[in-house]
Design a protein around this ligand. Structure first.
Ligand SMILES: NC(=O)c1ccc[n+]([C@@H]2O[C@H](COP(=O)([O-])OP(=O)(O)OC[C@H]3O[C@@H](n4cnc5c(N)ncnc54)[C@H](OP(=O)(O)O)[C@@H]3O)[C@@H](O)[C@H]2O)c1
Length: 328
Protein backbone atom coordinates (compact mmCIF):
# COMPACT_ATOMS: atom_id res chain seq x y z
CA UNK A 1 0.00 0.00 0.00
CA UNK A 2 1.00 3.64 -0.36
CA UNK A 3 1.78 5.41 2.89
CA UNK A 4 3.54 8.48 4.18
CA UNK A 5 6.33 7.95 6.67
CA UNK A 6 8.26 10.27 8.91
CA UNK A 7 11.81 9.23 8.05
CA UNK A 8 13.80 11.90 9.92
CA UNK A 9 13.08 14.52 12.59
CA UNK A 10 13.78 17.57 10.45
CA UNK A 11 10.40 19.37 10.37
CA UNK A 12 7.42 19.39 7.96
CA UNK A 13 9.42 20.34 4.83
CA UNK A 14 11.81 17.40 4.75
CA UNK A 15 10.72 14.76 7.28
CA UNK A 16 8.11 12.99 5.12
CA UNK A 17 8.45 10.38 2.36
CA UNK A 18 5.79 8.65 0.24
CA UNK A 19 6.58 4.92 0.41
CA UNK A 20 5.22 1.53 -0.63
CA UNK A 21 4.97 -0.77 2.41
CA UNK A 22 3.05 -3.94 3.37
CA UNK A 23 -0.50 -3.49 4.66
CA UNK A 24 -0.86 -3.65 8.47
CA UNK A 25 -2.05 -6.77 10.32
CA UNK A 26 -5.54 -6.59 11.94
CA UNK A 27 -4.04 -5.70 15.33
CA UNK A 28 -3.77 -2.38 17.18
CA UNK A 29 -1.25 -1.53 19.92
CA UNK A 30 -4.12 -0.69 22.31
CA UNK A 31 -5.97 -3.95 21.55
CA UNK A 32 -3.20 -6.42 20.59
CA UNK A 33 -4.40 -9.15 18.24
CA UNK A 34 -7.56 -7.22 17.43
CA UNK A 35 -8.45 -4.16 15.41
CA UNK A 36 -10.76 -2.61 12.85
CA UNK A 37 -9.07 -2.53 9.44
CA UNK A 38 -10.10 0.53 7.43
CA UNK A 39 -9.75 1.34 3.72
CA UNK A 40 -8.83 4.97 4.23
CA UNK A 41 -10.52 7.66 2.14
CA UNK A 42 -9.41 10.70 4.15
CA UNK A 43 -6.87 11.23 6.93
CA UNK A 44 -7.05 14.04 9.47
CA UNK A 45 -3.96 16.22 9.95
CA UNK A 46 -3.35 17.91 13.30
CA UNK A 47 -0.80 19.68 15.46
CA UNK A 48 0.70 16.45 16.86
CA UNK A 49 1.87 15.39 13.37
CA UNK A 50 3.69 18.70 13.01
CA UNK A 51 5.37 18.11 16.38
CA UNK A 52 6.15 14.50 15.40
CA UNK A 53 8.16 15.67 12.37
CA UNK A 54 10.47 17.36 14.90
CA UNK A 55 10.43 14.63 17.54
CA UNK A 56 8.65 17.03 19.91
CA UNK A 57 5.46 15.04 20.61
CA UNK A 58 5.07 12.79 23.65
CA UNK A 59 4.44 9.73 21.43
CA UNK A 60 7.87 9.00 19.86
CA UNK A 61 7.83 5.77 17.79
CA UNK A 62 11.13 4.57 16.31
CA UNK A 63 11.86 5.88 12.79
CA UNK A 64 10.57 5.41 10.18
CA UNK A 65 6.88 5.37 11.11
CA UNK A 66 3.52 6.26 9.54
CA UNK A 67 1.89 9.18 11.37
CA UNK A 68 -1.82 10.05 11.23
CA UNK A 69 -4.13 9.72 14.22
CA UNK A 70 -7.59 9.56 12.61
CA UNK A 71 -9.30 8.55 9.40
CA UNK A 72 -12.58 8.42 7.55
CA UNK A 73 -13.09 5.34 5.38
CA UNK A 74 -14.77 1.99 4.87
CA UNK A 75 -14.40 -0.98 7.20
CA UNK A 76 -12.60 -3.90 5.56
CA UNK A 77 -12.65 -6.20 8.59
CA UNK A 78 -13.59 -5.93 12.26
CA UNK A 79 -13.75 -8.10 15.39
CA UNK A 80 -17.17 -9.83 15.57
CA UNK A 81 -18.28 -7.84 18.63
CA UNK A 82 -17.32 -4.41 17.21
CA UNK A 83 -19.99 -1.74 16.61
CA UNK A 84 -18.83 -1.43 12.99
CA UNK A 85 -18.71 -4.25 10.44
CA UNK A 86 -17.24 -4.76 6.93
CA UNK A 87 -18.68 -2.31 4.42
CA UNK A 88 -19.66 0.31 7.03
CA UNK A 89 -18.58 3.91 6.59
CA UNK A 90 -16.46 4.71 9.64
CA UNK A 91 -14.76 7.50 11.60
CA UNK A 92 -11.85 5.94 13.46
CA UNK A 93 -9.04 7.05 15.75
CA UNK A 94 -5.95 4.98 15.04
CA UNK A 95 -3.37 7.10 16.99
CA UNK A 96 -0.70 6.30 14.36
CA UNK A 97 -0.75 4.89 10.84
CA UNK A 98 -3.54 7.05 9.40
CA UNK A 99 -1.49 8.52 6.53
CA UNK A 100 -1.88 5.31 4.52
CA UNK A 101 -4.27 3.50 2.21
CA UNK A 102 -5.06 1.01 4.98
CA UNK A 103 -5.11 1.76 8.72
CA UNK A 104 -6.05 -0.11 11.91
CA UNK A 105 -8.00 1.33 14.84
CA UNK A 106 -9.20 -0.20 18.11
CA UNK A 107 -12.86 -1.25 17.95
CA UNK A 108 -13.75 1.09 20.82
CA UNK A 109 -12.37 4.03 18.84
CA UNK A 110 -14.30 3.19 15.64
CA UNK A 111 -17.68 4.81 15.04
CA UNK A 112 -20.26 4.44 12.27
CA UNK A 113 -20.03 7.57 10.14
CA UNK A 114 -23.46 9.22 9.97
CA UNK A 115 -25.00 9.76 6.50
CA UNK A 116 -24.82 13.53 6.93
CA UNK A 117 -21.00 13.54 7.06
CA UNK A 118 -18.52 12.86 4.24
CA UNK A 119 -15.24 10.98 4.67
CA UNK A 120 -13.23 14.17 5.29
CA UNK A 121 -15.64 15.12 8.06
CA UNK A 122 -15.25 11.59 9.40
CA UNK A 123 -11.51 12.21 9.59
CA UNK A 124 -12.30 15.31 11.68
CA UNK A 125 -14.75 13.77 14.13
CA UNK A 126 -12.94 11.85 16.83
CA UNK A 127 -9.88 13.79 18.05
CA UNK A 128 -11.38 17.28 18.07
CA UNK A 129 -14.99 16.53 19.00
CA UNK A 130 -14.20 13.97 21.67
CA UNK A 131 -11.64 16.41 23.09
CA UNK A 132 -14.21 19.22 22.99
CA UNK A 133 -16.79 17.14 24.84
CA UNK A 134 -14.24 15.85 27.35
CA UNK A 135 -12.78 19.33 27.97
CA UNK A 136 -16.03 21.30 28.12
CA UNK A 137 -18.40 18.87 29.79
CA UNK A 138 -16.35 16.34 31.74
CA UNK A 139 -13.47 18.57 32.86
CA UNK A 140 -14.98 22.07 32.57
CA UNK A 141 -18.46 21.01 33.83
CA UNK A 142 -20.09 23.32 31.29
CA UNK A 143 -23.88 23.39 31.61
CA UNK A 144 -26.84 24.87 29.77
CA UNK A 145 -27.11 28.63 30.06
CA UNK A 146 -23.40 29.18 30.84
CA UNK A 147 -21.04 31.25 28.70
CA UNK A 148 -17.80 29.84 27.31
CA UNK A 149 -14.90 31.73 25.75
CA UNK A 150 -12.98 29.69 23.16
CA UNK A 151 -9.40 30.61 22.18
CA UNK A 152 -8.05 29.54 18.78
CA UNK A 153 -11.72 29.34 17.87
CA UNK A 154 -11.27 28.93 14.10
CA UNK A 155 -8.94 25.95 14.52
CA UNK A 156 -9.79 22.27 14.71
CA UNK A 157 -10.35 22.05 18.47
CA UNK A 158 -11.81 25.57 18.44
CA UNK A 159 -14.53 25.00 15.83
CA UNK A 160 -15.41 21.66 17.44
CA UNK A 161 -15.69 23.34 20.85
CA UNK A 162 -17.98 26.07 19.50
CA UNK A 163 -20.33 23.44 18.09
CA UNK A 164 -20.27 21.17 21.15
CA UNK A 165 -20.80 24.13 23.51
CA UNK A 166 -23.82 25.16 21.50
CA UNK A 167 -25.14 21.62 21.64
CA UNK A 168 -24.82 21.81 25.43
CA UNK A 169 -26.96 24.94 25.45
CA UNK A 170 -24.09 27.33 26.25
CA UNK A 171 -23.42 30.75 24.77
CA UNK A 172 -20.06 31.12 23.00
CA UNK A 173 -17.50 33.90 22.60
CA UNK A 174 -14.81 33.10 20.02
CA UNK A 175 -11.30 34.60 20.11
CA UNK A 176 -9.54 34.73 16.71
CA UNK A 177 -6.69 36.60 15.02
CA UNK A 178 -7.93 37.50 11.50
CA UNK A 179 -11.01 38.41 9.42
CA UNK A 180 -10.92 35.04 7.67
CA UNK A 181 -10.85 33.23 11.01
CA UNK A 182 -13.71 35.40 12.26
CA UNK A 183 -15.78 34.13 9.31
CA UNK A 184 -14.93 30.53 10.16
CA UNK A 185 -15.82 30.99 13.84
CA UNK A 186 -19.18 32.45 12.81
CA UNK A 187 -19.74 29.54 10.42
CA UNK A 188 -19.05 27.23 13.38
CA UNK A 189 -21.87 28.97 15.26
CA UNK A 190 -20.07 31.46 17.54
CA UNK A 191 -22.52 33.85 19.20
CA UNK A 192 -19.86 36.55 19.54
CA UNK A 193 -16.39 36.96 18.02
CA UNK A 194 -13.55 39.06 19.46
CA UNK A 195 -9.96 39.59 18.32
CA UNK A 196 -6.90 38.18 20.07
CA UNK A 197 -4.99 41.43 19.42
CA UNK A 198 -7.82 43.60 20.82
CA UNK A 199 -9.27 44.16 24.31
CA UNK A 200 -10.87 40.69 24.28
CA UNK A 201 -10.80 40.24 28.05
CA UNK A 202 -12.87 43.39 28.67
CA UNK A 203 -15.15 42.59 25.74
CA UNK A 204 -15.72 39.10 27.13
CA UNK A 205 -16.57 40.49 30.56
CA UNK A 206 -19.02 42.96 29.00
CA UNK A 207 -20.62 40.43 26.66
CA UNK A 208 -21.10 37.98 29.54
CA UNK A 209 -22.25 40.67 31.98
CA UNK A 210 -19.46 40.22 34.50
CA UNK A 211 -17.37 37.27 33.38
CA UNK A 212 -17.53 33.98 31.51
CA UNK A 213 -18.11 30.62 33.19
CA UNK A 214 -15.56 28.63 31.21
CA UNK A 215 -12.50 29.46 29.08
CA UNK A 216 -11.42 26.70 26.71
CA UNK A 217 -7.73 27.23 25.96
CA UNK A 218 -5.82 25.34 23.26
CA UNK A 219 -3.38 28.28 22.85
CA UNK A 220 -1.73 29.08 26.21
CA UNK A 221 1.09 31.63 26.13
CA UNK A 222 0.83 35.16 27.45
CA UNK A 223 -2.96 35.45 27.23
CA UNK A 224 -3.43 33.08 30.15
CA UNK A 225 -3.58 35.69 32.93
CA UNK A 226 -6.25 37.60 31.01
CA UNK A 227 -8.18 34.34 30.60
CA UNK A 228 -8.27 34.08 34.41
CA UNK A 229 -9.34 37.72 34.65
CA UNK A 230 -12.19 37.13 32.19
CA UNK A 231 -13.84 34.55 34.50
CA UNK A 232 -16.77 35.16 36.82
CA UNK A 233 -16.83 33.63 40.32
CA UNK A 234 -16.72 29.80 40.14
CA UNK A 235 -15.31 30.11 36.60
CA UNK A 236 -12.97 27.49 35.11
CA UNK A 237 -10.09 27.79 32.63
CA UNK A 238 -9.69 24.45 30.85
CA UNK A 239 -6.13 23.86 29.61
CA UNK A 240 -6.13 21.96 26.29
CA UNK A 241 -2.94 22.91 24.45
CA UNK A 242 -0.12 25.35 23.80
CA UNK A 243 -0.17 26.36 20.13
CA UNK A 244 1.02 29.81 21.22
CA UNK A 245 4.36 28.19 21.96
CA UNK A 246 4.88 28.85 25.66
CA UNK A 247 3.45 27.15 28.74
CA UNK A 248 1.90 29.72 31.06
CA UNK A 249 2.48 29.87 34.81
CA UNK A 250 -0.29 30.73 37.27
CA UNK A 251 0.07 32.83 40.40
CA UNK A 252 -2.37 30.86 42.48
CA UNK A 253 -3.41 33.86 44.59
CA UNK A 254 -5.50 34.84 41.54
CA UNK A 255 -7.53 31.66 41.97
CA UNK A 256 -8.10 32.42 45.64
CA UNK A 257 -9.06 36.05 45.00
CA UNK A 258 -11.48 35.21 42.19
CA UNK A 259 -12.76 31.86 43.50
CA UNK A 260 -11.81 30.32 40.17
CA UNK A 261 -10.16 27.12 38.90
CA UNK A 262 -7.62 25.97 36.36
CA UNK A 263 -8.43 22.49 35.05
CA UNK A 264 -6.32 20.26 32.81
CA UNK A 265 -7.93 18.31 29.97
CA UNK A 266 -5.74 15.62 28.41
CA UNK A 267 -8.18 13.58 26.34
CA UNK A 268 -5.86 10.89 24.99
CA UNK A 269 -4.22 10.01 28.29
CA UNK A 270 -7.60 9.79 30.02
CA UNK A 271 -9.61 7.76 27.52
CA UNK A 272 -7.08 5.28 26.11
CA UNK A 273 -7.42 2.93 29.09
CA UNK A 274 -11.16 3.57 29.55
CA UNK A 275 -13.11 2.24 26.54
CA UNK A 276 -16.41 2.81 28.37
CA UNK A 277 -15.69 6.57 28.58
CA UNK A 278 -14.93 6.69 24.86
CA UNK A 279 -18.22 4.90 24.10
CA UNK A 280 -20.07 7.40 26.27
CA UNK A 281 -18.40 10.42 24.61
CA UNK A 282 -18.95 8.80 21.19
CA UNK A 283 -22.69 8.49 21.77
CA UNK A 284 -22.93 12.09 23.04
CA UNK A 285 -21.08 13.37 19.95
CA UNK A 286 -23.31 11.29 17.64
CA UNK A 287 -26.39 12.69 19.38
CA UNK A 288 -25.10 16.18 18.59
CA UNK A 289 -24.59 15.13 14.95
CA UNK A 290 -28.20 13.86 14.85
CA UNK A 291 -29.44 17.10 16.37
CA UNK A 292 -27.52 19.13 13.77
CA UNK A 293 -25.06 20.80 16.19
CA UNK A 294 -21.97 18.92 15.04
CA UNK A 295 -20.84 19.43 11.43
CA UNK A 296 -17.02 19.31 11.20
CA UNK A 297 -15.63 22.22 9.20
CA UNK A 298 -12.99 21.01 6.75
CA UNK A 299 -10.85 24.04 5.91
CA UNK A 300 -8.34 22.52 3.49
CA UNK A 301 -8.02 19.26 1.57
CA UNK A 302 -4.62 18.17 0.24
CA UNK A 303 -3.78 15.32 -2.13
CA UNK A 304 -1.94 12.47 -0.43
CA UNK A 305 1.50 13.32 -1.82
CA UNK A 306 1.30 16.93 -0.60
CA UNK A 307 1.17 16.10 3.11
CA UNK A 308 4.10 18.37 3.92
CA UNK A 309 2.07 21.37 2.68
CA UNK A 310 -0.76 20.35 5.01
CA UNK A 311 1.63 20.22 7.96
CA UNK A 312 3.19 23.54 7.02
CA UNK A 313 -0.22 25.21 6.90
CA UNK A 314 -0.83 24.18 10.52
CA UNK A 315 2.69 25.11 11.56
CA UNK A 316 2.36 28.60 10.06
CA UNK A 317 -0.95 29.32 11.84
CA UNK A 318 -2.80 29.25 8.50
CA UNK A 319 -5.22 26.39 9.14
CA UNK A 320 -8.93 26.86 9.67
CA UNK A 321 -11.21 24.07 10.82
CA UNK A 322 -9.73 20.65 10.05
CA UNK A 323 -6.95 19.98 7.55
CA UNK A 324 -7.43 16.71 5.67
CA UNK A 325 -5.40 14.49 3.31
CA UNK A 326 -7.40 12.86 0.53
CA UNK A 327 -6.08 9.32 0.46
CA UNK A 328 -8.15 7.60 -2.21
N1 LIG B 1 -5.63 18.19 25.44
C1 LIG B 1 -6.02 17.37 24.50
O1 LIG B 1 -6.53 16.30 24.78
C2 LIG B 1 -5.86 17.79 23.06
C3 LIG B 1 -6.56 17.12 22.04
C4 LIG B 1 -6.45 17.59 20.74
C5 LIG B 1 -5.60 18.66 20.46
N2 LIG B 1 -4.91 19.24 21.47
C6 LIG B 1 -4.02 20.40 21.25
O2 LIG B 1 -4.83 21.52 21.01
C7 LIG B 1 -4.08 22.47 20.26
C8 LIG B 1 -4.92 23.00 19.10
O3 LIG B 1 -5.07 22.01 18.13
P1 LIG B 1 -5.87 22.34 16.78
O4 LIG B 1 -5.95 21.07 16.02
O5 LIG B 1 -7.09 23.07 17.10
O6 LIG B 1 -4.85 23.33 16.06
P2 LIG B 1 -5.19 24.40 14.91
O7 LIG B 1 -6.35 23.95 14.12
O8 LIG B 1 -3.91 24.68 14.21
O9 LIG B 1 -5.65 25.69 15.74
C9 LIG B 1 -4.81 26.27 16.67
C10 LIG B 1 -5.13 27.75 16.82
O10 LIG B 1 -4.18 28.27 17.74
C11 LIG B 1 -4.03 29.65 17.49
N3 LIG B 1 -2.64 30.08 17.62
C12 LIG B 1 -2.21 31.07 18.41
N4 LIG B 1 -0.89 31.22 18.32
C13 LIG B 1 -0.47 30.31 17.42
C14 LIG B 1 0.80 29.99 16.88
N5 LIG B 1 1.91 30.63 17.27
N6 LIG B 1 0.89 29.00 15.97
C15 LIG B 1 -0.21 28.31 15.60
N7 LIG B 1 -1.46 28.58 16.08
C16 LIG B 1 -1.57 29.57 16.98
C17 LIG B 1 -4.54 29.91 16.08
O11 LIG B 1 -5.67 30.76 16.19
P3 LIG B 1 -5.56 32.34 15.99
O12 LIG B 1 -4.67 32.57 14.81
O13 LIG B 1 -6.96 32.75 15.75
O14 LIG B 1 -4.98 32.84 17.28
C18 LIG B 1 -4.98 28.54 15.57
O15 LIG B 1 -6.19 28.62 14.84
C19 LIG B 1 -2.79 21.76 19.85
O16 LIG B 1 -1.77 22.14 20.75
C20 LIG B 1 -3.12 20.30 20.04
O17 LIG B 1 -1.97 19.51 20.27
C21 LIG B 1 -5.03 18.82 22.76
Amino acid sequence: MRAIQITELSGPDSALAVVDIPEPEPSHMLTPGQGVVVDVRAAGVSFPEVLQTRGEYQLKPPLPFVPGSEVGGIVRSAPPDADVQPGDRVAAFCALGGFAEVAVAPAFMSFKLPEELDFAQGAALVLNYHTAWFALRMRGRLTEGETVLVHGAAGGVGTASLQVARGLGARTIAVVSTDEKEQVAREAGADEVVRSDGPWKDQARDLSEGGVDVVLDPVGGDRFTDSLRSLRENGRVVVVGFTGGSIPEVRVNRLLLGNTEVVGAGWGAYVMGRPEVTRQIGSEVMRLVDQGFVRPIVGARFPFDRASEALRMIDERGATGKVVLEVS
